[in-house]
Write a protein that binds this ligand. Structure first.
Ligand code: NAP
Ligand code: ZN
Length: 367
């Protein structure tokens, strides 16, 4: 057996884990920049962080200007704020957008990226980060990726470096109680996609497979709650745990053409990230089944159903699909064919094959 596995993030999980472990904040310095979105920290998370910092006599400033799908401008402004207050560390509170923005801010607060953030070789000198997810999906709290909107290339581009792993991820499902059904479904589908794509990655290994299968079982085990929109605190915690497991998978395997195609749906049409993956994943799995049936069987066994049944269940969660023209889908297939995660999949997806997936997912059953 041969594999590699790396996960340097300390994971602290449980109700009130931020308050109960406030002393863990103390080692990172005198002053924190708290990075969040407009509303995503107003579910008790910001109060808990303020409490923890106060216990240690640490100061802070709050930077709330992170939009969904963070931009280069927002991370540059955040970095300026970090320098202004001489922040020693960053606390990220929110969904994937604030968590990803915090990573780029932590870099730009310490490094000049004159050649542009996307071409910059990220060194070790990055502010330490503590991440607190308020959505259960991206797994950004345990990954070394920060995904930013790249207007020059009209897509979303990830920056990645070992120094982008947060030092600690605090997981508390109570922060998700304010999430709408729609965002809960979208983000859960992102987690399912991460786990499934991890199994189909050329970098999949024994340990990432274990984590991916467990994640699929846990997240899709919450299907009745996802369908009804009625979430108990246990189902919230399960979704969060499952999403973090899936994050631990992609930290080691990366993603595949599902994400490559999904970025166009988000960039050009504003489809939320998780929903974009949910729209594409079933058709992608059906295409992979022709080439690597044993890998897709591993996914199906964990889900407890075949690809056809999975497709129907996901369709019931997604409701009416967005309408796309053939021209748009051809353009998205071309763009996805140039994405680096094409090479990361154990099945080769030519532009034609990508188009076939896009058409099956979005072409026929449109409104
Ligand atoms: P998001 O863009 O962070 O948040 C979506 C919406 O949910 C925002 O309006 C946000 O409000 C709101 N929200 C967040 N937490 C809430 C809560 N507890 N209660 C009520 N509303 C809440 O969505 P996301 O799906 O979590 O993240 C998507 C981003 O993550 C994309 O940019 C994607 O590319 C990236 N991503 C990163 C990785 C990685 O490994 N780094 C992996 C997958 C995806 P606010 O406006 O207040 O924030
Ligand atoms: Zn994702």
């Amino acid at each position: 057996m041969q594999f590699q596995y790396y996960m340097p993030v300390r994971i602290v999980c449980g109700e009130d884990c931020v308050r109960k472990n406030h002393e863990m904040f103390a080692q990172f310095g005198r002053c924190a920049l708290i990075v969040t979105g407009k509303s995503s920290a107003k579910n008790g998370a910001l109060d808990d962080v303020k409490f923890a910092l106060a216990q240690n006599g640490q100061g802070y400033a709050v930077y709330t200007d992170v939009p969904a799908n963070p931009t280069v401008a927002c991370v540059q402004a955040g970095a300026e704020e970090a320098r202004r207050i001489r922040a020693d560390f960053v606390v990220a509170i929110g969904g994937g957008s604030p968590m990803d923005a915090a990573k780029a801010i932590a870099v730009l607060a310490r490094q000049n990226a004159e050649e542009g953030i996307f071409s910059h070789a990220i060194g070790e000198d990055v502010l330490p980060m503590l991440h607190i997810p308020t959505t259960a999906g991206t797994g950004s709290e345990v990954t070394q990726y920060s995904i930013l909107t790249n207007d020059e290339k009209q897509t979303k581009t990830s920056i990645s470096a070992p120094s982008l792993f947060p030092k600690i991820a605090f997981l508390d499902g109570k922060y998700m109680s304010s999430l709408s059904k729609e965002i809960t479904v979208n983000t859960a589908l992102d987690a399912v996609s991460h786990a499934a794509e991890g199994i189909l990655s050329v970098r999949a290994g024994a340990l990432s497979d274990v984590l991916a299968r467990e994640s699929l079982k846990i997240v899709f085990g919450e299907y009745p709650a996802l369908l009804s929109g009625e979430f108990t605190s246990e189902s919230r915690s399960n979704l969060l745990y499952g999403a973090t497991l899936a994050g631990m998978v992609i930290a080691n395997t990366g993603t595949t053409p599902v994400h490559g195609m999904g970025y166009s749906l988000t960039y050009f049409r504003g489809v939320p990230h998780g929903r974009a993956n949910g729209l594409l994943l079933p058709a992608f799995l059906q295409e992979c089944e022709k080439s690597v049936p044993e890998r897709v069987r591993m996914i199906c066994d964990a889900l407890g159903m075949g690809t056809e049944a999975f497709s129907e269940k996901v369709a019931a969660l997604l409701g009416d699909r967005e309408r796309f023209s053939e021209e748009e889908l051809r353009d998205y297939a071309h763009r996805a064919s140039l994405n680096k995660n094409i090479k990361n999949c154990c099945v080769y997806f030519s532009e034609e094959r990508l188009l076939a997936v896009l058409c099956r997912a979005l072409g026929r059953r449109t409104r």
